[in-house]
Design a protein around this ligand. Structure first.
Ligand code: NOJ
Ligand code: CA
Length: 554
């Protein structure tokens, strides 16, 4: 069944690094409002704004101390309401980030829980006694160290940072408060939410230890706290009491969900509209939390994972496609192995890929400029708590300091959190003040100061939104096509007797291939031209093309 959100094109904003309107070095809500024209010109239809709520910023806003207030760094509720009004005027909807697996330890609820042992708020969180002077079990938190933090004679649980105590979803009263808060935001007229860490809300109630999986003697908490049986009750209730009443768009951050369970998550009666599938995003590492476990991936591995994701989701629902976000490295640096090819051409090839897959594309700020990773030479230059943890864990696992630095340069979440490079003037159009985090090495950190990549994104967006191929690109059936060349990614999209093929050479060698069908016309190409003779195509390094073919198998 068609839904209103299926043809949205989303742009993700990391507010701290998007645009600083008052020159204090920190991006803010008014900065977003200032840039609405830019976003409208690009053609996107919706923005997802990472958390803007009151927060001590231990995890840059994913540690909320007041769900119903805006952090002063970002502005005020009036500023937000203005953004909501102004964005409506230009046809851009707003998704907010919903963080309800945990709060900040500076949230009123948690403070009251600590102050008074008999307070009802004690049961809003997870407190346990230690065993023989040790924490209740050996689980490792996502950001490293034990999931348990001691206060007085007991411990509280945190799947992420110790300043992010987990809420106790077993407690109905707590759940009801969360639902009321969600509805309060939906009443304001936002389109919906991206929902943070939502598969962590159910914990195995035995809280038992498991065999260790690292040099720290701990074991990742994921086995006992992520996608655990019983979560379905919480997720269904959450949907029914909130999102469903408003026909809101919801995108669950749900790594690790098995394809067999996708129906429950995003099927016709699923918990969410869409979920992010990380199986192809984390291609370069064995696990998104252990960056020192790098893979030696090949294009065919990436392609198989991406295609599997598309095909599995197509059977039951809608995809949320992304190549970058605020937790991932820049895609040019991640997927293009040869530094000399991390350029405009490759950025455009990746744009073709993202924009022609079946599902809603999510473009991350700066991706449309071809921004790249930075290289930092000292651990002190990193802000991201996950980078710092991975650095020290790598060393503990036996790697040298240089190796550890290399792992985090490749994966650091700071890579996508450096300020937007709006131009090459002083302050790069982001701020006149020193930014809260260092800019990336701008000369090398961006491949498109001349708007070439931006214009290409714009073209692709308009092709998807308002061309004769719109319906096809949005609703067309996805089919993978096997081309016997390692670096070639090829798939078709098909709708009402119209058919497109997408070819991407994700490699540095020129390759000759044979198309499965005769080509009618080339719709988009990231090179000046393309050599096609009947079905024979010569694909240059990182060349990407979209072609129309006749649908009659000739
Ligand atoms: C996932 C978010 O995307 C990430 O940035 C954050 O650190 C964790 N969840 C914890 O909220
Ligand atoms: Ca500011």
């Amino acid at each position: 069944m068609k839904k209103w959100w299926m043809n949205e094109i989303v742009y993700q904003i990391y507010p701290k690094s998007f645009k600083d309107s008052n020159n204090d070095g920190i991006g803010d809500i008014n900065g977003i409002t200032e840039k609405l024209d830019y976003l409208k010109d690009l053609g996107i239809t919706m923005i997802w704004i990472c958390p803007i709520f009151k927060s001590p910023m231990a995890d840059n806003g994913y540690d909320i101390s007041d769900f119903k207030d805006i952090d002063p760094q970002f502005g005020s509720m009036q500023d937000f309401e203005k953004l909501l009004r102004e964005s409506k005027k230009v046809g851009i909807k707003i998704l907010l980030d919903l963080v309800v697996n945990h709060t900040s330890d500076e949230h009123e609820w948690f403070k009251k829980a600590l102050e008074d042992k008999n307070s009802k708020y004690k049961n809003y969180y997870i407190f346990k006694k230690g065993i023989d002077g040790q924490p209740p079990n050996n689980w490792r938190s996502i950001f490293g160290g034990s999931v348990w933090e001691k206060v007085d004679d007991e411990y509280y649980f945190h799947a992420f940072h110790k300043k992010q105590p987990d809420l106790n979803w077993e407690n109905k009263e707590m759940r009801e408060e969360i639902y009321a808060m969600i509805n309060w935001w939906l009443e304001k007229g936002i389109a919906g939410f991206r929902i943070d860490s939502i598969t962590f809300i159910k914990k195995d109630q035995d809280y038992s230890s498991l065999p260790s999986d690292g040099a720290d003697g701990l074991v990742t908490c994921k086995h006992k706290t992520r996608n655990r049986p019983g979560i379905e009750h919480f997720l269904l209730e959450l949907k029914e009491k909130t999102f469903a009443k408003y026909d809101a768009l919801t995108v669950g951050e749900a790594p690790g969900v098995d394809y067999n369970d996708f129906t429950k998550y995003i099927g016709e009666d699923g918990y969410f509209s869409m979920i992010f599938d990380f199986k192809y995003a984390d291609i370069d590492v064995e696990s998104g939390t252990d960056w020192f476990k790098r893979t030696n991936w090949k294009v065919s591995d990436f392609k198989n994972k991406l295609f599997k994701s598309q095909e599995e989701i197509q059977k039951i629902g809608w995809s949320a496609n992304f190549l970058e976000n605020h937790d991932q490295p820049r895609v040019l640096s991640k997927l293009i192995k040869e530094p000399e090819f991390q350029n405009e051409t490759a950025a455009k090839a990746l744009a073709i890929l993202l924009m022609t897959l079946r599902g809603v594309p999510f473009i991350y700020q700066g991706q449309e400029l071809g921004m790249k990773n930075f290289v930092r030479n000292n651990i002190r230059e990193f802000d991201d708590i996950s980078s710092i943890d991975n650095y020290y864990r790598s060393i503990k696992e036996g790697f040298t300091e240089q190796e550890a630095l290399n792992f985090i340069n490749l994966r650091s979440r700071d890579n996508t959190r450096t300020p937007m490079l709006w131009n090459l003037e002083k302050g790069f159009g982001f701020s006149e003040a020193k930014p809260w985090i260092e800019y990336s090495n701008h000369n090398d950190g961006i491949c498109s100061i001349n708007n070439n990549v931006y214009d290409f994104y714009k073209k692709l967006i308009s092709l998807k939104k308002e061309s004769e191929y719109s319906e096809l690109i949005t609703f067309g059936k996805f089919s993978s096509i096997e081309i016997d060349k390692e670096a070639i990614i090829c798939f078709s999209r098909e709708y009402n007797n119209k058919k497109l093929l997408v070819f991407i050479n994700l490699g540095a060698q020129e390759v000759n291939i044979e198309a499965p069908t005769k080509i009618k016309n080339v719709i988009l190409n990231n090179y000046e031209d393309i050599k096609i003779l009947d079905k024979k195509i010569t694909m240059k390094p990182y060349q990407g093309i979209i072609v129309e073919v006749s649908n009659d198998k000739s």
